[in-house]
Design a protein around this ligand. Structure first.
Ligand SMILES: Nc1ncnc2c1ncn2[C@@H]1O[C@H](COP(=O)(O)OS(=O)(=O)O)[C@@H](OP(=O)(O)O)[C@H]1O
Length: 352
């Protein structure tokens, strides 16, 4: 009919117009999709760079990075036909409320805090902020509404969690946290203070290669074995002194101590963390495998992902070699503080 009505040249023009429209449509679909993928990937890259550069402490990026991370996780899960509890998480991302944290991993730096956070957040009733907000030490002036705004959304029955390891040694942190809620649950991952100090130093050295040697920083007088307790890396390991500050504001039953050493050899340590948080024990040995190359437990490949999950390269660095004599001197220095710490928390961490 159209053939009969149109002249040959009009038919040609009609066909040309149809082909051009199709080509334009295909191009738009492909180009727009590409742009979304590219921009999300580049923001993700920026977040990772910022986190590496500033030790996860670049606060301007917290909102973007945290939400990006949550969104990426949600997308990944949605793509994979997730189990029901994971679908609840996605629902929470859209419909839940942002709440102030019920629980905090407050320390200690280099204790194994990232591992505890990454392990506990696979629990369906836990929603955790992936970055360190440093609210109770560096950003307190921004106010609780700002802090709440950083949190992931939760549904009823889910708990909100964040970790900032420097809280444990921050004088004002316990008072400020108690001011938010006296019912806040506090998790402290502790590790042999000597190994912790070496780990801390190794991390600093990786960023500032020109700093003095560990021995120069750790001792006021090496031959007398006089430790410089004013050096942050030494002072952070005096756990009992920091704990006494926390116990002025919180009951001992509100604090749970995770052994950083046991966490590596026995991820069953996570069972006690779940009990403390009042969660059903869902995370168990079954969720982990021991990665011999890394020397650490890693999360098994989740059904929704193509990769098993080990922590990044900044966890499990090879430590700088420290003279054995210096190590012994440091052990002697910490021993009486460790003993008082064991007595106060009612647990022997066996660091001697
Ligand atoms: N599963 C697993 N994978 C990797 N690393 C693990 C794990 N469990 C505990 N650890 C130990 O965690 C140490 C880093 O502690 P943190 O995460 O608290 O460090 S930080 O304060 O957040 O920088 C890190 O310290 P270093 O070995 O000194 O790098 C690890 O020994």
């Amino acid at each position: 009919m159209a053939q009969r009505l149109l002249s040959p040249s009009a038919r040609l023009a009609f066909l040309l117009a149809v082909s051009l429209s199709c080509a334009f449509l295909c191009y738009s679909v492909l180009f727009c999709r590409g742009a979304v993928v590219t921009s999300r990937a580049s923001v993700g890259k920026k977040c990772r760079q910022n986190q590496n550069a500033a030790g996860k402490k670049l606060l301007g990026s917290v909102d973007v990075c945290a939400s990006l991370e949550i969104r990426a996780a949600a997308d990944e899960r949605a793509d994979a036909g997730s189990p029901p509890w994971v679908r609840n998480v996605s629902v929470a991302q859209k419909y839940g409320n942002k709440k102030l944290p019920n629980a905090l991993i407050v320390g200690v730096k280099k204790g194994g805090t990232r591992a505890v956070l990454e392990f506990i957040r696979i629990h369906p009733d836990v929603r955790a902020l992936g970055t360190e907000p440093h609210f109770f030490d560096r950003n307190y002036e921004r106010g609780l509404d700002w802090y709440r705004g950083l949190m992931p959304r939760t549904l009823d029955g889910q708990i909100t969690l964040e970790k900032t390891p420097s809280y444990f040694v921050t004088r004002e942190a316990p008072r400020r946290i108690a001011g938010m809620s006296q019912e806040t649950k506090l998790i402290v991952v502790v590790r042999n203070p000597v190994t912790r100090a070496i780990s801390d130093y190794t991390q600093t050295l990786s960023k500032k290669p020109d700093i003095p040697t560990f021995e120069d920083l750790a001792f006021k007088n090496r031959s007398l074995g006089l430790v410089d307790a004013s050096w942050t890396a030494s002072a952070s390991g005096l756990y009992i002194l920091h704990l006494e500050n926390w116990l002025q504001y919180f009951r001992p039953s509100q604090m749970h101590f995770v052994s950083g050493e046991r966490l590596i050899t026995d991820p069953g340590e996570m069972g006690r963390v779940q009990d403390f948080l009042g969660l059903k024990r869902i995370i168990s040995e079954k969720h982990f495998y021991f990665n011999r190359t890394k020397g650490f437990p890693c999360l098994k490949k989740p059904e929704s992902s193509s990769q098993p999950r080990c922590l990044g390269k900044s966890k499990g660095r090879t430590h700088v070699q420290i003279q054995q004599e210096a190590i012994e001197q440091l052990r002697d220095f910490y021993r009486p503080f460790n003993v008082r710490f064991y007595q106060t928390v009612g647990q022997d961490f066996k660091w001697d």
